[in-house]
Design a protein around this ligand. Structure first.
Ligand code: OAD
Ligand code: ZN
Length: 239
């Protein structure tokens, strides 16, 4: 089994800026205003504007050679594809069943129910749906009537790490590929520790985070430069 764990760098060459680079996705916006539950409570319109821009941008972008290489890998081997990206370029490239641990831009869900005491009711109804246009100001949940919001994980919110599934696969993983992430955002970055003992590990990034490279074969460069070639060599090695 092969695990591919990706971050914003995977989609950089498709035209989606990374978060922490210059001209990054947050530029012009304060993270706490557009990507926290408090920001949502204070200014829903601003948050929706930010994600509408993101939605439109991401819909226009096309997968790059690195996304297609991951799809090719998944055609040949048992691959678990875990991404922090909310774009759907891996799906567009043909990867089925991507684990979007930070949510995905093409889904909507129901907002938090701050007015309901947590001991009496769930804080969020479980409505979630695929969308082909961004959530608009005034769009209400068909199930409970609260406001809809993008299905993305904000700071301070729980990340769906699928821990049970991770423990099921941990001992079966032969190759772990990390691509395009600063590995600074937790709990996502814990995956590097979780798969520490995997025999063969690769880290592809033009500016890798040297603090997390223990045991990795470091391929210092862009995803499109290294991933297609790595996939071809794995196809030969593991055939
Ligand atoms: P970052 O913006 O923190 O890091 C992007 C990484 O991609 C950096 O290490 C870059 O060097 C690298 N990179 C840039 N161009 C690349 C290329 N062409 N090929 C390969 N790598 C390249 O993005 P993430 O690590 O994904 O979370 O950020 C993690 C999380 O922080 C995001 O999912 C988001 C953000 O807050 C949420 O929104 C919850
Ligand atoms: Zn609802």
């Amino acid at each position: 089994m092969i695990v591919v764990f990706s971050g914003a760098g995977l989609s950089a060459e498709s035209g989606i800026p990374t978060f922490r680079g210059a001209g990054g996705l947050w530029e012009g916006y304060k993270i706490e205003e557009v990507a926290t539950p408090l920001g949502w409570m204070q200014n829903q319109k601003l948050v929706l504007d930010f994600y509408t821009q993101g939605f439109e941008k991401m819909q226009q972008c096309q997968p790059n050679a690195a996304h297609f290489a991951i799809a090719e890998l998944a055609n040949h081997f048992n691959v678990v594809c875990i991404t922090q990206n909310i774009d759907t370029l891996l799906e567009k490239a043909g990867v089925k069943d991507v684990w979007h641990i930070h949510g995905r831009i093409d889904h909507e869900k129901c907002e938090w129910h701050f007015d309901i005491p947590p001991m009496y009711a769930q804080w969020q109804c479980n409505y979630k749906a695929q969308i082909n246009k961004p959530v608009q100001w005034g769009d209400l949940c068909p199930k409970c009537g609260k406001h809809l919001r993008p299905d993305v994980v904000w700071f301070g919110e729980a990340v769906d790490m699928r821990v049970d599934d991770l423990y099921k696969i941990q001992s079966q993983v032969e190759v772990f590929i990390v691509v395009g992430t600063s590995a600074q955002v937790y709990p996502a970055a814990n995956l590097l520790k979780f798969f520490q003992a995997v025999p063969t590990k690769y880290f592809i990034d033009p500016n890798p985070n040297y603090e997390v490279l223990d045991g990795f074969n470091v391929l210092e460069g862009k995803a499109t430069e290294y991933l297609p070639a790595l996939v071809e060599s794995l196809k030969e090695e593991l055939a």
